[in-house]
Design a protein around this ligand. Structure first.
Ligand code: SF4
Ligand code: ZN
Length: 295
């Protein structure tokens, strides 16, 4: 039963409905073009694994080529499980893939970040965005697809609204076009509820991990998701109304705030400041404890 659409589906028709909606969304927002090479970021969690399976099913019809990527974040008792499940899914579908080991490639792990800062997720987000973009730019991909679902998008929107972060609000879109040194980012699940993703993964018996990251405790985004879900119980289509308004309005917001990007003086990747957030983080991790006071 999908209360927001007031319909009931059997297993076969739910799967068909789910995949068709994602395909229509991809086409509506012109996420890909025939001939595109699309990099799919897979963590091993339900959202990215579902994204991988649906994109794999749609790839021929859309005329695109897929390549998977998983970042090994080096979180003890957690990352190795997720990486193994991601590999299993790539191999099952025959999708070529790359595993980027953060420690090997950049000399640190998210566990190192956690020893130094309390708000680990914010730093982890910087790291993941940077690593994915760098890899996609260097390997010449046309787009990076991530598994953010409707609930993720709405929780981030609510959080940006609360903080008065207009620029952040303008970036909550299903597609972020390519610009100087930044590859196009697409979110094909941005119009699909988290609950529907769970149902799809369960009906298809997909291999996903659901262990919680040790650093996710106390995340404010979880509280925003909870609040939106409470509202949804009374108003079943509220997430969709919110998303339609946001995806429609934000074009203006984004244009209003978009400033030209410079280049990081250390790594040469796009940055609004002299040194990008990723390089600042790396520098801070490498600094001696005495110097850290001043960073
Ligand atoms: Fe990174 Fe936070 Fe996600 Fe853990 S919960 S993987 S620290 S963003
Ligand atoms: Zn940099």
């Amino acid at each position: 039963m999908l209360p927001y659409a007031n319909v009931r589906y059997c297993k076969t028709h739910f799967i068909e409905f789910f995949e068709n909606r994602i395909e229509r969304f991809i086409v509506k927002y012109k996420m890909v073009e025939p001939g595109d090479r699309v990099l799919i970021a897979v963590s091993g969690g339900k959202d990215s694994v579902v994204l991988l399976h649906v994109m794999w099913k749609l790839a021929d019809r859309l005329g695109i080529k897929l390549h998977g990527v998983t970042i090994d974040l080096g979180i003890r008792n957690y990352s190795s499980i997720y990486v193994a499940v991601s590999k299993k899914n790539f191999e099952k579908l025959g999708v070529p893939y790359t595993i980027i080991d953060l420690k090997d490639a950049f000399g640190f792990t998210i566990d190192d970040v956690a020893k130094r800062w309390r708000r680990v997720c914010a730093k982890c987000g910087i790291v993941k965005r940077y690593v994915l973009n760098k890899f996609a730019v260097e390997e010449g991909y046309d787009a990076v697809a991530t598994g953010h679902n409707l609930d993720d998008m709405m929780a981030v929107a609510l959080s940006s609204l609360m903080r008065g972060d207009v620029e952040g609000l303008g970036k909550i879109k299903p597609v972020l076009p390519a610009r100087e040194g930044l590859v196009k980012k697409i979110k094909p699940l941005a119009f699909t509820r988290e609950k529907d993703v769970k149902i799809y993964a369960c009906l298809n018996k997909l291999d996903v991990v659901s262990a919680r990251c040790p650093y996710s405790r106390g995340s404010t985004l979880d509280d925003f998701k909870h609040a939106i879900n409470m509202l949804e119980e009374k108003h079943p289509s509220i997430k969709y109304s919110f998303a339609r308004t946001l995806y429609r309005e934000q074009g203006g917001l984004a244009r209003m705030k978009e400033e030209p990007l410079g280049k990081c003086k250390i790594c040469g990747m796009p940055s609004k400041s002299l040194v990008c957030g990723f390089c600042r983080l790396r520098q801070a991790l490498q600094a001696s404890p005495r110097d850290r006071v001043f960073l």
